[in-house]
Write a protein that binds this ligand. Structure first.
Ligand SMILES: [Zn+2]
Ligand SMILES: [Zn+2]
Length: 149
């Protein structure tokens, strides 16, 4: 599989419903990514389809496109979908059991990690509170010293 280089490139054209951008050129109707690829890289070999390595169908960066057979393209797409669906652990490796899983609008959240992040938040606040106290105490002390002087 080829390495992607650089950022995704987009045309001003609005993507179609399926995410691809289409173009009309000289009376023909083209996929924008195929068109740009052929302009900048060369003809796409017969029977091959351009696979978006960035999985961004609207992207026309030839560095993100690799000619592959239909079968590879489908397999790659399925692998990514399957990987996300089959994710049974959070990024830290805690298992997504029904008890340990919180449903959030943006997906699943692991309770262990959620608790850990709340604890970290609390610790940070505790340190900040201590620091405020310390400053207050020093100011009072300095004021007192100033009065006594
Ligand atoms: Zn891209
Ligand atoms: Zn976790």
């Amino acid at each position: 599989m080829k390495q992607m280089k650089g950022e995704c490139r987009f045309l001003p054209n609005k993507p179609r419903r399926d995410g691809y951008v289409s173009l009309t050129r000289g009376g023909g109707y083209f996929y924008a990514h195929r068109y740009v690829y052929e302009q900048e890289v060369g003809p796409i070999p017969d029977g091959l389809t351009l696979d978006h390595l960035c999985r961004n169908r609207a992207c026309v960066n030839p560095d993100h496109l690799e000619p592959v057979t239909m079968r590879v393209n489908t397999l790659r797409g399925e692998t990514i979908t399957a990987r996300n669906a089959a994710k049974t652990r959070c990024d830290k490796g805690h298992e997504f059991t029904p008890e340990n899983t919180m449903r959030k609008p943006d997906g699943r959240r692991c309770r262990v990690c959620q608790r850990a992040s709340e604890a970290r938040y609390y610790e940070r606040n505790k340190e900040a509170a201590k620091e405020r106290h310390r400053r207050y105490y020093h100011r009072k002390k300095a004021e007192k010293e100033a009065q006594n002087a």
